[in-house]
Write a protein that binds this ligand. Structure first.
Ligand code: PLP
Length: 404
């Protein structure tokens, strides 16, 4: 039975993609098959003509579309509350494809001081080299966005929450600004990276954001075993972005699409557990004498706590905190953890931690790090689904190694 919008999200992650083809219905598989094929045969000339005429026909050529991808797209559009969705090979594939489809030489774009690092590079380096003007604004104050709006502004790109101090952007506020300054000849589009919060906690499109992008490598896949990205938007914009998608070719493998579909089935279960684990751990860390400061949206001490309560149902997986110590003491604390894995990425079932300054030491100067707010004693902790007491015990024994 196809899902209906009145079903709760926990039901829709299981049934939101339920329309099966005649071939699939013949065998009634409970789990959808993987269409592991790059190309699909036409029965006759007339069918071939029909297939060729539709750039998004689900079974012609996998760079254009694939039936396994279709199912992920259907469920993601449903979760984010958009008309349509596209699957890409990575989160950066989703971001770069969307942005390159929506801006051209001479346009002006507004982005934030803090984004996922590769996205920052796209805005700070790549777009300007193609003749696109870019303003980078400090995202906690809406007035900073408004000040930069110009007659040729076509797009505002936001990410919330964002590294390294888990700062938020007021989604409704940015949407209202974009609408207020749009003219009949120039509509200012909004694009939001919803990777950190995810659709269980925050639904930017429901608040009016035009395009929602995800690194599905993170919470959506949820098991640290696939790389993928998703773009959720209107039919009109999806058609435009799909054209760029077929040119740039950020195409997910059918296996990754299938793994993603499998991961999404347990999204609400995992995120509910991760939300409660992360809040408990954030509160626990705040009480530790060897911890200087903790950043988590749903902590009362978060400077944007009121905004967080308004736009986030749960705080999501990522906590940032500062250890009371120098670079070496922080690196040593991370090295001492036994259960929590020392690895990049976030949002999956395993708890992962990184020493932020070590992660960026090779690509950023100390001054750049300071400007980006990356202190030497920062760690980014993505809380998983382990037993919360075991996580606390691991943190306690590692914090004990931090010198007084
Ligand atoms: C990981 C991540 C990306 C990039 O995703 P990939 O799948 O690694 O390409 C983009 N935005 C955010 C917020 C991320 O965490």
């Amino acid at each position: 039975m196809p899902s209906i919008p009145t079903h709760a999200i926990a039901t829709r992650v299981l049934h939101g993609d339920d329309v099966q083809s005649a071939a699939e219905r013949a065998f009634h598989p409970v789990v959808p098959p993987i269409y592991w094929s790059a190309t699909f045969a036409a029965e006759d000339a007339e069918t071939f003509a029909g297939m060729s005429a539709d750039p998004r026909h689900p079974a012609v050529y996998t760079r254009h579309a694939n039936p396994t991808h279709e199912r992920v797209q259907r469920i993601m559009a449903d979760l984010e509350g958009t008309e349509d969705a596209l699957l890409t090979a990575s989160g950066m594939g989703a971001i770069s494809t969307s942005i390159l489809a929506l801006v051209k030489k001479g346009d002006h774009v507004i982005a934030q001081t803090r984004h996922y690092m590769a996205a920052s590079r796209l805005f700070a380096d790549v777009l300007p080299s193609y003749g696109v003007d870019v303003s980078i604004v400090e995202q906690t104050d809406l007035a900073n966005f408004e000040k930069e709006i110009r007659p040729n502004t076509v797009l505002i790109y936001i990410e919330t929450p964002a590294n390294p101090t888990i700062v938020l952007t007021d989604i409704v506020g940015v949407v209202e600004l974009a609408r207020k300054h749009s003219t009949p000849n120039n509509r200012i589009l909004t694009v939001a990276d919803n990777t950190f919060a995810g659709p269980v906690n925050t639904r930017p499109a429901v608040d009016g954001v035009d395009v929602v992008v995800h690194s599905a490598t993170k919470s959506l896949g949820g098991h640290h075993d696939l790389t993928a990205g998703v773009i959720c938007t209107s039919k009109e914009l999806a058609t435009k972005i799909h054209l760029m998608h077929t040119i740039l070719g950020s195409v997910a493998s059918p296996m990754d699409a299938w793994l993603l579909l499998r991961g999404i089935r347990t999204l609400t279960l995992r995120i509910d557990k991760i939300n409660s684990n992360a809040l408990a751990i954030a509160e626990f860390l705040e009480k530790q004498p060897k911890v200087e400061k903790v950043y988590y949206p749903l902590l009362k001490s978060h400077p944007q706590h009121e905004l967080a309560k308004r736009q986030m149902k749960g705080g999501g997986p990522v906590i940032a905190f500062a250890v009371k110590g120098d670079y070496k003491a922080t690196a040593e604390f991370v090295a001492q953890l036994k259960l929590i894995v020392h690895a990049v990425s976030l949002g999956g079932i395993d708890s992962l931690i990184v020493h932020t300054a070590t992660m960026w030491r090779s690509t950023m100067t100390e001054q750049q790090m300071e400007e980006a707010g990356i202190a030497v004693n920062f760690v980014r902790f993505s809380v998983g689904v382990e037993d919360v007491e075991d996580l606390k015990a691991d943190l306690t024994q590692a914090l004990a190694t931090v010198p007084n």
